[in-house]
Design a protein around this ligand. Structure first.
Ligand code: PGA
Length: 319
């Protein structure tokens, strides 16, 4: 590549020349730029001698820009536009150094989301993170009310325009207390669930929505014994023998016995769902959020998301 020679002219001179060519007059250019006429004339002369080229020629009582001046004006406009892009990029860069990332996740995401955020903050140490953890309906409300830019959930609403990136699988398992008689069986028929005491998450929970859809589809009628407001409360209540429940596998320890529960091999379980990273397609994402999306795409949350996740956007809709 040729070595670049720094230009022998200044931005001030170019700005003046641009106005002179556009307005076809030293007087009008001086008026627009709030300069005196002699200053404008002097700058044009400096440019002419720096470039060794005539830029204006006399015409009647005024002047006329030469062909060289028009060429220079075009070049100057390109340079100004390029400079403006640079200033915008610079601002964005500062935004990225000190930005805010607002993200909301459904309750089960609290078991893994911190790990992703950790990796993101490693490469973007200046970004402050505002993470809201709530049930599905509350997360949807945050998206609708612009209280969050990004959201992680398994059942995005159909009535909001959303972009979706598929993430990892979210198998919903049926659990009972450790030592439950079904735990040792190879397979328990679905119908065995009829009349069983069942614990449910609160209304507005995506886990509950998926469970109800599943029960409805298969015509199953367990006996609702209690509604509890969190995954942890559900786990403790199941461990205490209050009933059976459906819960994300991610909410359980690797060995569920550590939580005092057992995964029950009832036919049709786990209910296969998937988490999605979503954001409103009718909103412009902040640079911090865009970088987070890129980060998640470059570093899929687990190997499974890398192989099974691609191209499945929109698979997991409500009921
Ligand atoms: P939730 O989460 O039950 O806490 O609403 C479920 C989901 O992944 O949407």
């Amino acid at each position: 590549m040729n070595k670049i020679r720094p230009p022998r002219v200044t931005f001030h001179q170019l700005r003046t020349l641009e106005a002179v060519v556009r307005l076809g007059s030293i007087t009008r250019a001086a008026g627009e730029l709030h300069l005196t006429q002699p200053t404008v004339s002097a700058q044009i002369h400096e440019l002419q001698s720096a470039l060794d080229t005539a830029l204006v020629e006399p015409a009647g009582r005024g002047i006329r820009p030469t062909e060289a001046a028009r060429l220079l004006q075009e070049t100057a406009l390109d340079m100004f536009a390029r400079w403006q892009r640079f200033e915008e990029d610079l601002q964005a860069l500062h935004g990225l150094e000190r930005g805010l990332l607002r993200i909301a996740g459904v309750t089960t995401t609290e078991y893994f989301i911190a790990r992703w955020l950790r990796r993101y903050t490693d490469s973007h140490p200046g970004i402050e993170i505002e993470l809201a953890v709530d049930n599905r309906d509350a997360v949807v409300r945050r998206l609708r009310q612009d209280e969050t830019e990004l959201a992680v959930m398994m059942m995005p609403p159909d009535n909001l325009p959303l972009q979706r990136v598929p993430l990892m699988r979210n198998p919903l398992v049926l659990i009972g207390p450790a030592g439950h008689p079904w735990a040792g069986a190879r397979r328990v028929p679905r119908k065995s669930l009829d009349g069983q005491p069942m614990l449910m998450r609160e209304a507005g929970s995506g886990t509950r929505l998926a469970t109800e859809a599943y029960l409805r589809t298969h015509g199953l009628t367990p006996a609702l014994r209690a509604t509890l407001g969190s995954n942890e409360a559900i786990k403790h209540a199941v461990a205490a023998g209050l009933g059976l429940a459906v819960l994300s596998r991610h909410a359980l320890a690797e060995d569920p016995a550590q939580d005092g529960v057992a995964v029950l091999p009832v036919a049709g379980f786990p209910i296969e769902r998937r988490w999605l990273l979503v954001w409103r397609s009718d909103r412009r994402l902040s640079l911090a959020a865009r970088r987070f999306v890129e980060h998640v795409q470059d570093h899929p949350p687990d190997a499974d998301a890398a192989s099974a996740g691609k191209g499945r956007a929109g698979d997991d809709r409500a009921g």
